[in-house]
Design a protein around this ligand. Structure first.
Ligand code: GLU
Length: 376
């Protein structure tokens, strides 16, 4: 299917600081945000999930704290983010409330989107928020992120979020309307690239050198985001953000560059679970549980007979049917130690046994792939 906003069911929209906050004064561009909110309402009205990854916290906060425009120390940036994020979230809340849409704030670090422990939490919380009809507004948790656990740029954060949430489209609203063979700011005749199907070394060369000052948030991070998204079955588009209704403009055919993925998010996620991760252990299940899995259900602790190996929550494990062969793989919601304590028990007994309210499923069906399901 042709990638487009109309065809996507779950879209992540990434919004750069320059669109939201005046680079000189840090003042919020409320008129622009209002147009964006209309666009988001139109997508929501068509039954589509929308997630916003928004920058702007530092740009807005630095003005309120009276910090200088030029290079800030890490702790000053973090202070600016803390001050700006609350204003940013409030601005989204008011703009979307005018359309009867609730927002929910999520602040993530690099670690939260890694494929373990916290990844499962972030994914199921955001899924719950979407199913409740809200628009998650996501940013990096700049205030606590140290250099080692920072993304440092929201293009890559947005791609991680898109992949984590199995989105089928990532829209990067930018100050350029796509990818060009040469930098269009310096070469008026630079040739525009309408579609990219594979990130070749030539495409990477067009993005420029990672060492240039404009690299952060420039094309280099956008191409890195495209690589990540495309491999996970998510299309990406770079489009001009500085127009009144940027998503309407995109739907109306405004110039942009589409990065087209040949996979689907579901197939890519299944293949990632099935082959990219080394299983750390095995869950041996009974026939009843196996029949439930074949009907598309989740694996509950009650259906597990034995736990083999040492693993942590979020690790990949193999699934073996009692007296049989390996039948699938999944991301497990409990550590091996906790899993051993709850096997054979009803989900409602988990809290009493473990002393905390864990997930009802040992492996949620979204995190599970059966051998039968593999292949294209
Ligand atoms: N997280 C930063 C902020 O909200 C922005 C990072 C970026 O724009 O890439 O200010």
């Amino acid at each position: 299917m042709q990638p487009s906003l109309a065809n996507a069911t779950r879209t992540v929209v990434k919004i750069g600081s320059a669109l939201l906050a005046d680079p000189e004064t840090g003042a919020l561009n409320e008129a622009w945000l209002d147009g964006l909110a209309r666009d988001v309402a139109s997508l929501r009205g068509r039954g589509k999930d929308v997630l916003i990854v928004s920058s702007g916290a530092i740009a807005i906060g630095r003005r309120h704290l009276g910090l200088p425009q030029d290079a800030l120390k890490l702790e000053e940036m973090q202070a600016a983010a803390a001050c700006g994020q609350i204003r940013l979230a409030h601005a989204y809340q008011s703009a979307l409330a005018r359309h009867g849409i609730g927002v929910a704030q999520i602040l993530l670090t690099h670690e939260d989107t890694e494929a373990r422990r916290r990844y499962l939490n972030a994914r199921s919380t955001i899924n719950t928020l979407l199913s409740l009809g809200t628009v998650p507004v996501i940013n990096e948790n700049d205030t606590v992120a140290t250099n080692e656990i920072r993304f440092g740029d929201n293009d890559r954060l947005a791609a991680r979020v898109a992949v984590m949430m199995s989105a089928d489209l990532l829209v990067l609203l930018s100050d350029v309307d796509g990818l060009y063979e040469n930098d269009p700011r310096h070469d008026a005749d630079a040739r525009w690239i309408p579609t990219v199907e594979r990130i070749t070394p030539q495409i990477e060369a067009m993005a420029g050198d990672i060492g240039t000052p404009s690299a952060a948030g420039g094309m280099v991070t956008k191409i890195a985001a495209a690589k990540h998204a495309m491999a996970a079955g998510c299309h990406m588009v770079i489009a001009e953000g500085a127009v009144e209704r940027p998503l309407t403009a995109l739907e109306g055919g405004a110039r942009s560059t589409w990065f087209v993925s040949t996979a689907t998010p579901r197939a890519a996620r299944k293949s990632w679970i099935a082959s990219a991760l080394e299983p750390r252990g095995t869950l041996v299940i009974d026939d009843g549980a196996w029949r439930a899995l074949l009907k598309g259900r989740s694996l509950l602790p009650a259906g597990v007979k034995a736990v083999e190996g040492t693993f942590e929550r979020g690790d990949a494990v193999a699934i073996r049917v009692e007296h049989g062969r390996e039948a699938g793989r999944g991301l497990v919601a409990y550590s091996a130690a906790d899993a051993r304590r709850i096997v054979g028990h009803k989900s409602r007994e988990i809290e009493r046994i473990l002393g905390y309210r864990g997930r009802a499923e040992m492996i949620h069906r979204d995190d599970l792939v059966l051998d039968e399901e593999q292949g294209p």
